[in-house]
Design a protein around this ligand. Sequence first.
Ligand SMILES: NC(=O)c1ccc[n+]([C@@H]2O[C@H](COP(=O)([O-])OP(=O)(O)OC[C@H]3O[C@@H](n4cnc5c(N)ncnc54)[C@H](O)[C@@H]3O)[C@@H](O)[C@H]2O)c1
Length: 389
Amino acid sequence: MKSLRFGIVGSGYMAKTHSLALRNIGSFLWPNMPTIEMVRLADIDERAAEDGAMRWGWHEAATDWRSITRAEDIDVVIIITPNDSHEEIAIDAFAHGKHVFCEKPLAESAEAAARMAEAAARSGKIGVVNFVYRCWPAVELARKLIQSGDLGQLRHFQGHFFQDYANDPTLPFAWRFDLDRSGGGAIGDIGSHISDIAVSLMGPISRVTASSRTYIDHRPTANGPDSRVTVDDMTTSLVDFASGATGAVHASWAATGHKSDLNFRVIGTRGAIHFTWERNNELHVYTDTGRTDSDGFRRIVIGGVHPEAAPFWYAQGQGLGYGEAFVITLRRLIEAIRSEDTAVSPSFAEAAHINAVIAAMIRSSESGTWEAVADLMVRQEEHLKDLAI
Ligand SMILES: NC(=O)c1ccc[n+]([C@@H]2O[C@H](COP(=O)([O-])OP(=O)(O)OC[C@H]3O[C@@H](n4cnc5c(N)ncnc54)[C@H](O)[C@@H]3O)[C@@H](O)[C@H]2O)c1
């Protein structure tokens, strides 16, 4: 494959990260990448489409996403629009023979996400969901240590994703604060990332109990009265994994003092792991040495010896960041397209399980009881065997 032709739907915040990844990946992975053609960017807002195309180097701007999903000159569709629009765009793209790279959460509801996973499977095309954090070098190292048995039998996962930008009551109302459009507030937006890490390391979640709070219940709109917020600012949840391990998953975008604290611990019978995105080039690992006078956590610094970090800066400790994370997931997508590997991860099926977990947390926060997670993915049942848990 000499070249791959991309179209992108959406020209908001994510246009920057995806466009820079597309522009840079060839240089990082030269000569092992096809030539990337950035053919067309579409946004319903014409001005945003034109500005985005000009700024980020897309050849053409458009206002109708069908000019991408149905175009002869596009191979891959990137979807970076609000969550409630992903389904229609992705299903149309698969139906017209395109590969799809979709932002997370996969959809605004578990039902929509399940339909998208089914469409991806039926199409025979590659579908990847951009759960960037689970593909991060330190998180991949955690996965490798777990799979090699260094932690023993897994007992517990404790994770949170805390930010504080939405603690500001003057932050305007937007689709993220509308349950019908987003499918969940902090728990759907950043909670989907930490839930995805939990599942990708520990296997599927079978049931949850959760409690949610909305601290700022109205937000200003540009022209008119304040709009009512219909999502959570904080959700705290206990989870049971199908393996029998226990967990706790919390998410808030109003967690004072926490800037981008995606943070987890995995505890096993013989070892433990700790990671936080705020020190994202480090992984803290404890393995039982049997020497009680000198055992403790080791700090491992990420760099060129770790496979996902290798294309960037060779020396350990030079540091990768958010921008590189998008190159890492884009590489997965492109390599899956080249090898026709429809079992690539993070898949639509895996992301549909995360939507089901989020939906169960929202139900539990209303019912006050444990709620079963509706689906259990076949692939992750197999993944359990790999983890030997
Ligand atoms: N992976 C990550 O780390 C990460 C980070 C931020 C956002 N996201 C996800 O990316 C997606 C977009 O988030 P964002 O922050 O860029 O949103 P945004 O609000 O900044 O931008 C969304 C853009 O989509 C456009 N749009 C809306 N409906 C459209 C339609 N039907 N057709 C064409 N354009 C349309 C809007 O005009 C806007 O320009 C969301 O699903 C979000 O959850 C992922």
